[in-house]
Write a protein that binds this ligand. Structure first.
Ligand code: C2E
Ligand code: MG
Ligand code: MG
Ligand code: MG
Length: 280
């Protein structure tokens, strides 16, 4: 009896594994085709300076126009590309497309704004990353000071490697920010040694900023620490007036979130921006 039960458990576990493996293999082969067939697109979300109201930058966020499954958010495919290495060609495509777009906007007479691009761990560890980015900047004609690279705390766990890599990137003249700040385990003691320009407070701390909440305390602490370390701060995931008021009172420089707009394609962003200038 027990033997039989075990066998059935084993079988169902086994066939689930096969299904998962099959889905993954399918997704992986779709991803390879997607790279060849240019099925990726970028959505852009503005970053707003909270004292001037100006749009000071946009973050480029990748989406996948899947032929059968529709528009897929990065959460559904970035983890697999990080696992199988496809993030390297994909990440390169994102950097190039984002720089091209920024240059096109500047050429069209839009006031200059920064372009933020997320880097993944694999890219951060890639051999000669700074050289690759330098050549993308040259190919696209993008001024380096307008490119902002977003890394996460986990990439700084090898402290010496991180300082070295970040210094090479900074030497190109680009900006660097730490994304999802507060969710990793970065050592505050090392923070001052990293050549970074900005902290982006993770969305999870911005959701509940009611007076006296623990998130309110965390956000207050991060903004004041950043000020002492001479780092800029962006709050992610701002969705309402109350959050905005709270952040302004704490002298948080920048905010990003659905309150302003969700990430949208380039042409929609251009319309959104024109309207924003008229109403601001
Ligand atoms: P992230 O870099 O922290 O990007 C911000 C995410 O928060 C975006 O999700 C954005 O749509 C979402 N968001 C912004 N404002 C709000 C808000 O007010 N409320 C809520 N609920 N969400 C908001 P998205 O586009 O799905 O991207 C998820 C993550 O995927 C990104 O988080 C980033 O880590 C990663 N990602 C996106 N594009 C790339 C890329 O080109 N390369 C790499 N390596 N990762 C990327
Ligand atoms: Mg980001
Ligand atoms: Mg990120
Ligand atoms: Mg984030």
């Amino acid at each position: 009896y027990t033997a039989k039960v075990h066998r059935n458990e084993f079988q169902s576990y086994h066939s689930e594994m096969n299904q998962t493996t099959r889905d993954k293999l399918r997704l992986e082969s779709d991803l390879r085709k997607a790279l060849e067939n240019e099925q990726f697109t970028l959505a852009y979300q503005p970053l707003v300076n909270l004292s001037t109201g100006r749009i000071v930058g946009v973050e480029a966020l990748v989406r996948w126009q899947h032929p059968q499954r529709g528009l897929l958010p990065p959460g559904e495919f970035i983890p697999l590309t990080e696992e199988n290495g496809l993030i390297l060609p994909l990440g390169e495509w994102v950097l190039k497309a984002a720089c091209k777009q920024n240059k096109a906007w500047q050429d069209a007479g839009m006031p200059p704004m920064r372009m933020s691009v997320n880097l993944s761990m694999r890219q951060f560890r890639q051999h000669k990353l700074a050289d690759r980015i330098k050549s993308i900047l040259e190919q696209t004609g993008m001024p380096p000071e307008y490119l902002e690279l977003e890394i996460t705390e986990s990439m700084t766990s090898d402290v010496e490697f991180a300082i070295d890599t970040l210094s090479n990137l900074k030497a190109l003249g680009v900006q660097i920010s730490i994304d999802d700040f507060g969710t990793g385990y970065s050592s505050l003691g090392y923070l001052k040694r990293f050549p970074v320009d900005k902290l982006k407070i993770d969305r999870s701390f911005v959701t509940d900023l009611t007076e006296g909440s623990s998130d309110a305390a965390i956000v207050t602490t991060i903004t004041s620490m950043a000020r002492h370390l001479k780092l800029k701060v962006t709050a992610e995931g701002v969705e309402n007036d109350d959050q905005l008021r709270f952040l302004r009172e704490r002298n948080c420089e920048e905010a990003q979130g659905y309150y302003f707009t969700k990430p949208i394609p380039a042409n929609l962003f251009e319309h959104w921006y024109k309207r924003y200038l008229q109403t601001a």
